[in-house]
Design a protein around this ligand. Structure first.
Ligand code: AGP
Length: 618
């Protein structure tokens, strides 16, 4: 998935703003970057590597001043990361940047090659440029090219293109304009007194404006420095809603932290408070704005959770929370599996899609399948106006603010909180829970902030940093948990593997003797979640199994769990809390552990290799 930012200024040079915008988008993809300005010859500068490499290239080989330009940071899908494969791509009088996948690019390319067109890259995006240039060539036959002529050509190109795209386009004969089109890949327009923007994500231009238009599927149009024009698939002009976002540019910055990930781990206390306060009314009404009625909530006899990665782990924890509170059976599945297995679903199923970005292709695909089969789909999401929010009957918005680090942390906590709120809402609707119990749970969630802040304290963080240093050069990690701690074990393993590149597995503690025990050796670190609970003794037994076979044992447990403490090589003490909130707390030390192991190993923490913050392609 890639990052796009484009701008039309009333005056002044657009290049520095485009480079800054790319820096804010680098978490979306960062193997190459480039930009083009609207000036004679449509000059382009692009390079393999980071945005910094592009900035240095432009310093050495400046672009002419221009008030209009487009820019792109890439996460390669077609064609390896290279200068020639980076965007923008040019074809005739068109230069464009593309986020998405042109699925029929081979057949289109063949037809253009037969017509004598030459291609320099292996990308599908260059074929997009050729397609649009081809269609513009046909429009030119009817007379001089004007913006609506480009729209007709773009509209025909969109009809021929299959796949996802977010596009920002310059056309040489039309100075002062940036054209755009959106299908599945997100695009927003940013509006400001100094000029207007097109971007993949509000963060690219949040320092310049707080007023945005979230483009819908199939919408296209153009901006100039003072206006915007948006059209639907039939080229009917539409008047989209302008949303004012109260995120400040500072919240996108690191606020003094070395890495976004550490900042976002430490924001989890605030996130808990913000999410709870934004989803409960002053009279403790849970999700007062939730549009699915209580009658409808009573009509479901199953909940199916679909998500990917960390969001899926929140969903796996959510199964325990929802079943206990609602009395409804809950299934959980990988969105990428669910969408292709022809799931048995119907109108008595409630599908819950969980996604931080709201743009994850597999999760969106799963929701589309759920809707086709007549199920009701709702979402838990962190990005208002995202594709997921527009697909479902309603969304519980988490209030994390932007999550920049590729390794998701605060979003996980907020997702679990949102699941608690949904569980209470459904439990009340189905009369599984009375007002008194609801208030007890709400109070428990609110007071869990104290325990969260304890775990976020300098003392705990420093201790975990020491533990991480001790084991940072081990090569195999197992995270063990039982019951609601099993999803936390999965999440701890994912955090470690994605930022330290170590092999780490989350496993149900009771499963070790069914095979993985054969892997145990002195080179293995086992992280066991052994807090108070109905299966503590069982986990203790599993710890003994691995300890006697030589593994190093890091144990998360409570102060009074003497056996666990004595068995451990290293202990992380966790506050004793109600089982309702305990698993949520256990994830924090594991986030720190992953962070400090990766730091010790000198890994690139916020932008780990091969990954992207939001996987908007399959
Ligand atoms: C988590 O740390 C990873 N970055 C990844 O697994 C992520 O959770 C997954 O891609 C889902 O993203 P989403 O929440 O934006 O849908």
């Amino acid at each position: 998935m890639c990052g796009i930012v484009a701008a039309c200024f009333k005056n002044g040079d657009v290049v520095p703003t485009l480079v800054e915008g790319l820096r804010c988008l680098e978490y979306r993809g960062y193997d190459s970057a480039g930009l083009a300005v609207l000036a004679p010859g449509l000059p382009v500068r692009k390079a393999k590597g980071r945005v910094e490499d592009l900035a240095q290239l432009i310093e050495q080989n400046p672009l002419p001043d221009s008030s209009v330009g487009i820019a792109h940071t890439r996460w390669a899908t077609h064609g390896e990361p290279s200068q020639v494969n980076s965007h923008p791509h040019r074809a005739g009088s068109v230069v464009l940047v593309h986020n998405g996948i042109l699925e029929n690019f081979e057949s289109l390319k063949e037809s253009f090659v037969e017509e004598g067109r030459e291609f320099v890259s292996q990308t599908d995006s260059e074929v997009w440029a050729a397609l649009l240039d081809h269609e513009i060539g046909l429009v030119r036959k009817d007379g001089p090219l004007d913006p609506m002529g480009v729209m007709r050509a773009l509209n025909r190109s969109m009809a021929r293109a299959r796949g996802s795209y977010g596009l920002a386009i310059l056309v040489e004969e039309l100075p002062g304009l940036v054209f755009f089109a959106r299908n599945e890949s997100p695009l927003v327009l940013g509006l400001s007194p100094d000029g207007n923007y097109v971007a993949s994500d509000v963060q690219a231009v949040l320092a310049r404006t707080h007023d945005f238009i979230y483009l819908l599927e199939g919408q296209c149009g153009w901006i100039d420095a003072e206006s915007f024009h948006v059209f639907d698939r039939d080229l009917g002009e539409v008047q989209p809603e302008v949303e004012h976002l109260d995120w400040d540019a500072e919240s996108v910055g690191k606020s003094g932290y070395e890495h976004f990930m550490l900042k976002e781990i430490e924001e989890q206390g605030i996130v808990l408070a913000q999410t709870l306060s934004s989803t409960t009314s002053s009279k403790d009404r849970i999700l007062p704005d939730f549009r699915v009625s209580d009658d409808t909530l009573r009509s479901f006899d199953r909940i199916v959770i679909v998500a990917c990665g960390t969001a899926l782990h929140a969903g796996r924890l959510g199964r325990y929370i929802l079943e206990e509170a609602t009395g409804i059976p809950v299934d959980v599945d990988f969105a990428s599996e669910f969408r292709y297995r022809n799931p048995l679903l119907g109108e008595r199923d409630l599908v819950l899609a969980i996604s931080q970005s709201g743009e994850t292709a597999d999760t969106l695909g799963a929701v589309k399948v759920a809707r086709e089969k007549g199920a009701t789909a709702v979402a838990i999401c962190n990005v208002r106006g995202s594709s997921l929010c527009r697909l479902v009957a309603d969304t519980i918005l988490t209030q994390c603010g932007p999550e920049i680090g590729v390794a998701s942390t605060k979003a996980f906590t907020a997702q679990v909180l949102a699941i608690h709120l949904l569980a209470m809402r459904v439990g009340m609707a189905r009369r599984q829970m009375g007002e008194e119990e609801l208030l007890r749970r709400l109070q428990l969630l609110r007071s869990s902030r104290t325990a969260i802040e304890t775990l976020l304290s300098h003392q705990v963080r420093s201790h975990i940093a020491e533990v991480a240093k001790k084991y940072a050069h081990k090569s195999v990690y197992f995270f063990l948990g039982r019951g609601a701690d099993y999803p936390i074990a999965l999440e701890g393993a994912l955090k470690l593997k994605e930022i330290s590149y170590l092999h780490a597995e989350g496993y149900p503690a009771g499963e070790m003797k069914h095979g993985p025990l054969a892997l145990v050796s002195e080179d293995m670190v086992v992280v066991a979640l052994a807090g108070e609970g109905p299966v503590y003794d069982k986990v203790l037994g599993n710890m003994q199994e691995v300890k006697t076979r030589g593994a190093k044992l890091v144990v998360l447990t409570n102060t009074d769990k003497r056996e666990a403490i004595e068995l451990a090589d290293d202990v992380v003490l966790i506050p004793r809390t109600d089982p309702l909130v305990a698993p949520l707390l256990h994830v924090i030390p594991l986030q720190y552990l992953a962070y400090y192991v990766a730091l010790e190993r000198g890994c690139e923490i916020d932008k780990p290799r091969n990954l992207a913050k939001s996987v908007t392609v399959e």
